[in-house]
Unconditional design. Structure first.
Length: 102
């Protein structure tokens, strides 16, 4: 006879608790600060704060910046192309979430 045991693990999503400066985001995503500023002006990233010196990026922004960097380097997309691709990826994720709820 096999005995089953259950282990409960509690965790919190660290990404939601992280707030990085543009310098930290640049290092973490391996992306030049100038490109990050272009993504912000195009709406790809939405930091808190009024100026680049005051900007704070969440962990979600890091994930989005890494995806944007891959699109830029791997597919050679320009900034508007990255914005469009990320918008379409967001819509796909929303549609998949709606399908899973039904």
């Amino acid at each position: 006879m096999t005995k089953l045991s259950t282990t409960w693990i509690e965790a919190s999503v660290v990404e939601n608790e992280v707030h990085m400066s543009i310098v930290e985001l640049s290092h973490a995503s391996r992306t030049p600060q100038e490109l990050i500023m272009s993504w912000v002006s195009e709406g790809v990233l939405s930091p808190a704060g009024s100026s680049p010196e005051d900007w704070r990026f969440s962990g979600d922004s890091l994930k989005r910046a890494k995806t944007a960097a891959h699109l830029t380097h791997d597919l050679e997309l320009n900034v508007p192309g990255v914005a469009l691709a990320l918008q379409l990826l967001d819509e796909i994720a929303q549609l998949r979430a709606r399908l899973n709820l039904k």
